[in-house]
Design a protein around this ligand. Structure first.
Ligand code: NIG
Ligand code: FE
Length: 420
């Protein structure tokens, strides 16, 4: 018997039927099929059937089946948020005004603020406080219909605090319904303690003294390859070593300058390369070709918006050049204090050239690929986890249209309706 059926949906965005070996790319990102007047049925934690209402098997419905009427509404997979810095202490509202007066992100960092300001606030926070903050933010993500959240460390920059941040992310994942995927970003910037010794000495410290304790705790290792953070050669060395230790790879690259970090990481087999505002369409085409469409570029459109940067990743050209794209918020206290992934979809359409359908695919199935979780989440397919949304809108084109609104009416995580 079905435990839950969402029925009479105006549109069911299944994202089903894609190649099961690689993310959606090129024309496939926006040309997937929509079921009109459809249903989604769940059994326990999993999706049991999806189709047009005419094919709903009534013999699988009994008095215990929970029915949700989705007449006039869109039903779609839960959003997958594949890039956040979830766990941190304090906030950086005080730097917002500096930014409004014209100071740049890297200038604020060079003056000891920025990421380093959050590092100080995070080191000073207790584990309980960090956990309470993370749970608060997860609740917010849940209200936006996000059902899986990647969570990077990176505001500790010493052994104990970095391990604490990963521990907090994992505990937060256990204490509420959303799935949390921890990523280790110990190589976020060089901490003050290693200022004299430099970036290479700091990553050697991480490789020798921290990473071995994270096996099985964090699936991915990430590094910020940027001026004022880690240069290309050190980033390559670090990712190569982490790869040998069995970690999946991610990189923050081409956010503020074109240093070649995305191509370097993709050549090492990175699962995702993130930011990419300064990545060229030509380099994007090379990455797509060399990785046979396996490395996903995660674009984060709210970051250039919040940093008052004119340059946005040329998403349209990336898509046309065959690079698989995902979208995220980059939620963090410095460059994106927003959990509104829907707003990121809108800005991706307005400033990066996505279509509404491409934006939806990038924040669901392709975002799942960016976490190596596509076999389990990201689409409405039989056997996948029953993470399903009912929206207050009737068509996919309305999703990015209502700028800044939260279109979510119901959130189902693992077959259970989330209380919001
Ligand atoms: O993804 N670019 C590096 N790290 C974060 C920002 C972190 C911060 O400013 O606190 C980012 O934008
Ligand atoms: Fe980030």
């Amino acid at each position: 018997m079905y435990t839950l059926v969402l029925q009479h949906a105006a549109q069911v965005l299944t994202l089903a039927g894609a190649d099961s070996h690689r993310p959606l790319a090129g024309a496939d990102l926006g040309s997937w099929h929509i079921i009109e007047n459809g249903y989604v049925a769940c059994r326990g934690t999993q999706i049991a059937a999806v189709g047009p209402m005419s094919e709903l098997d009534a013999t699988q419905i009994d008095a215990d089946t929970q029915l949700i009427d989705a007449t006039g509404r869109v039903v779609m997979p839960g959003l997958v948020e594949c890039h956040t810095h979830l766990v941190f202490g304090g906030n950086r509202a005080h730097e917002f005004e500096r930014k409004l007066r014209g100071e740049s992100y890297l200038d604020i960092l060079a003056s000891g603020g920025g990421i380093l300001s959050t590092v100080r606030q995070t080191r000073a926070a207790s584990e309980e406080e960090l956990l309470a903050n993370a749970l608060h933010h997860l609740e917010g993500f849940g209200r936006y219909g996000v059902t899986t959240v990647e969570a990077k460390s990176g505001y500790g920059l010493d052994r104990d605090t970095e391990l604490r941040l990963v521990r907090v992310a994992r505990a937060a994942g256990r204490q509420q319904p959303l799935r949390v995927v921890p990523t280790f970003l110990g190589a976020h910037v060089v901490p003050p303690e290693f200022k004299a010794a430099g970036p290479r000495a700091y990553v050697d410290f991480i490789l020798h003294d921290v990473l071995s304790d994270l096996k099985g705790e964090a699936a991915f290792v990430d590094i910020f390859c940027e001026e004022g953070a880690f240069p290309l050669d050190v980033s390559r060395y670090y990712l190569e070593q982490a790869h040998k230790m069995g970690f999946g790879l991610k990189i923050h690259a081409e956010q503020l300058h074109d240093l070649g970090g995305c191509e370097m990481a993709a050549a090492l087999g990175a699962t995702s390369v993130d930011h990419c505002d300064y990545l060229t369409p030509e380099a994007a085409a090379r990455i797509a070709q060399q990785t046979e469409g396996r490395t996903v570029a995660v674009l984060l459109p709210l970051v250039p918006l919040f940093l008052r940067q004119e340059k946005y990743a040329p998403g349209r050209q990336f898509i046309d050049n065959g690079l698989p794209l995902a979208l995220g918020t980059d939620f963090n206290p410095g460059s994106c204090p927003s959990k509104n992934l829907w707003l990121a979809l809108s800005v991706a359409c307005l400033k990066m050239g996505f279509t509404p359908k491409e934006a939806v695919a990038a924040a669901t199935l392709n975002a799942a690929w960016a976490l190596n979780l596509a076999p389990e989440i990201g689409s409405l397919e039989v056997g996948k986890r029953a993470d399903v949304l009912v929206l207050n809108v009737g068509s996919v084109s309305e999703i990015p249209y209502w700028l800044g609104e939260n279109p979510v009416r119901e959130v189902i995580v693992g077959g259970q309706v989330l209380a919001t």
